[in-house]
Design a protein. Structure first.
Length: 194
């Protein structure tokens, strides 16, 4: 699975939405006011391009873990600028573990009961597709799906977090999941998967 020089740029860019989603899951409201997830992802992508020859893995899972480690470093560096408790070196390891945990929750959303090697390789591509589909949802629907399924908040907690009633949060969640399923079942167009 070693990326070649011509595919590594495309492969890193293909995971932009996935990386942005992981950052959104990691930064709380206080940090979100100071840090833009797109800026952190852009920094991680630049670092990945600079270090692409250092990737030694063979599988899609190793590729995603390598990208998450770079993202954890970029997120830790960004948070150090704004948060004094982030200066603890153990915090960087904690961020990497949290990013791995968030990725596992994403896999859970895909109901990944796949077991063969080819199905595990497809799972990595599915994670990227899921992140891209989430990015295409309206912001309010995306937010409730992320809060409920990826941050593991109850519907009542989601409603409180977004400042809406519980029935409104349920409606957003229902519409968001329905649209997410539609997006995931759309065939990839000529410019979508290449």
């Amino acid at each position: 699975m070693q990326p070649t020089a011509r595919d590594d740029v495309r492969r890193i860019e293909d995971h932009r939405d996935y990386l942005r989603l992981l950052v959104r899951l990691q930064i709380g409201p206080r940090m979100r006011a100071k840090l833009d997830p797109s800026d952190i992802v852009q920094q991680a992508i630049l670092q990945a391009h600079e270090r692409r020859d250092q990737f030694r893995g063979l599988t899609e899972g190793e590729w995603l873990a390598w990208l998450r480690a770079i993202l954890a470093n970029a997120l830790a560096a960004a948070s150090r600028r704004f948060d004094t408790q982030a200066r603890d070196p153990r915090r960087e390891r904690s961020l990497e573990a949290e990013l791995d945990h968030s990725s596992s929750r994403l896999e859970g959303l895909l109901a990944a009961d796949q077991t063969s090697p080819s199905e595990r390789a497809v799972r990595g591509e599915d994670l990227a597709r899921l992140a891209q589909a989430l990015a295409r949802l309206p912001d309010d629907q995306r937010r409730v799906v992320e809060l409920h399924y990826l941050n593991e908040l109850t519907v009542a907690e989601v409603a409180e977090r977004i400042g809406r009633t519980r029935p409104a949060a349920v409606g957003l969640l229902f519409r968001g999941l329905r649209r997410l399923r539609e997006l995931l079942h759309e065939p990839e167009g000529p410019g979508d998967g290449a």
